[in-house]
Structure formats: C-alpha cells, structure tokens
Design a binder for this molecule. Structure first.
Ligand SMILES: CC(C)(COP(=O)(O)OP(=O)(O)OC[C@H]1O[C@@H](n2cnc3c(N)ncnc32)[C@H](O)[C@@H]1OP(=O)(O)O)[C@@H](O)C(=O)NCCC(=O)NCCS
Length: 182
C-alpha cells in the first residue's frame, strides 16, 4: 500500500474499510458546497472509494487519490489527491476535502505541502496546479500557504449546483518549490 506521512497524518491508499469515515464528510453539504460533486449518497461515496482503489492499480500510476488518516485518532478525516493528466507525466492536479470537524487546524495545509513534496521530489513533476471557487476562502488560503501563485481568475467557467461560478487557478513550478524549500 502506498503511504506517505506528515507530522500528524498518514496519507495512504484508500481501503474498503474507510467507507464509513468517507461518508461522514462526503455527505456533508457544507464540505461539497463549492464542489462539482456532493452531497454524496452512500452509493456515490462507495463508488468514489472503489474508484480510488482501482485507480491505484494503474501502471504507470496517474492518480494518487489518498485517504487522510489522523494518527492520533486512527480515523480517516478527509481525502487528498494528486492526479497526473498530461501524457508527458509532468503536471499534477491537487485537490482535497476534509471532514468539517477538523477544519482550521492547519491539517489540509500540512497534507498539501507533503503532496507537493511528493509530486516534485518523488514523481519529478514540473508543475502542480489547483483550482478553487473564488468564494472558497479556506481552499484559497491553503493554496497560498503552500506557496502557490494565482495564475488566473476564470469568470463563470463552470455551472455547479444550479449557478455559474468563478474560479481561481493556482500553480507552482518545481523550481519555485525548490526555492521555497531552501
Ligand atoms: C479547504 C479545506 C480542505 C481546508 O482545510 P483546513 O484543514 O481547514 O485548512 P487549514 O487549517 O490548513 O487552513 C488554511 C487556512 O485557511 C483558513 N481557513 C480554513 N477554513 C476556512 C474557512 N472556512 N473560511 C476562511 N478561512 C478558512 C485557515 O484559518 C488557515 O488560514 P491561516 O493559516 O491564515 O489561519 C476545508 O475547508 C474543506 O474540506 N473544505 C471543503 C472541501 C473543499 O472546498 N475543497 C477544496 C476544493 S477546491
């Protein structure tokens, strides 16, 4: 099983036994407020967990869709993913969602920094990007705390939950990451 660790968390492959913990946050409308998905039914969350398990078997692996386990509680409190979509295997897309009970403790920033380290140092990516709804202050702050630059503000680029929404595109290059890490 793939896993990497931060001070407070283990970021690891999803397992079928994580389903109940995943339902806790994926069914919460506040968690999926700015997302294309959700709030999830149990079936949708099961499909997500099994989809992540399947994608981990792909070779070469293109999706690191990981469960976030809090060491102190041995509980899955969210998900974080790095997806490589370009044929040249050089660009990663970062995404995450955490259980609301654990927001505001710096956990997503800690996990995201480890995913960037993994992407640049282990996968040798050239660039990692992420998008967020312009109203999603928590996500925007996480990306800025990780040293990502805002590259674009897209106007009404997606139609989510019955309304057009604006989004920001954030990115960081490997050379910027290395400078940041000095
Ligand atoms: C985005 C999310 C993962 C952030 O998780 P988190 O663990 O609370 O993030 P952190 O604690 O690392 O917070 C980073 C910063 O954002 C701030 N922040 C967190 N949630 C916030 C909120 N709802 N509103 C305003 N600021 C917020 C924190 O105070 C912190 O800033 P600071 O260091 O200047 O104090 C979490 O809010 C979440 O799961 N949201 C729903 C899913 C989602 O929107 N995913 C992103 C899709 S693009």
């Amino acid at each position: 099983m793939f896993q990497i660790a931060t001070e407070r968390m283990i970021l690891r492959d999803w397992q079928s036994g994580d389903f109940a913990d995943a339902c806790l946050y994926a069914a919460d409308p506040e968690v999926s407020r700015y997302m294309e998905w959700g709030p999830n039914s149990e079936r949708e969350t099961r499909d997500f967990v099994y989809g992540a398990i399947d994608s981990a078997r792909e070779k070469p692996r293109r999706a690191y869709e990981l469960a976030v386990e809090l060491k102190a509680e041995k509980k899955v409190i969210g998900g974080i993913g790095l997806a490589i979509k370009d044929p040249g295997y050089s660009t990663g897309f970062l995404g995450y969602a955490f259980n609301r009970d654990y927001w505001g403790q710096g956990l997503c920033s800690e996990a995201s920094l480890e995913m960037l380290r993994f992407g640049f140092e282990d996968l040798e990516l050239h660039r990692v990007f992420a998008t967020c709804d312009t109203r999603n202050d928590g996500s925007r702050r996480v990306l800025e705390k990780c040293g990502m630059r805002r590259e674009a503000h897209f106007l009404e680029d997606s139609h989510i939950k019955g309304a057009w929404r604006d989004s920001y595109l954030y990115a960081i290059l490997k050379r910027e990451w290395l400078l940041r890490a000095v």
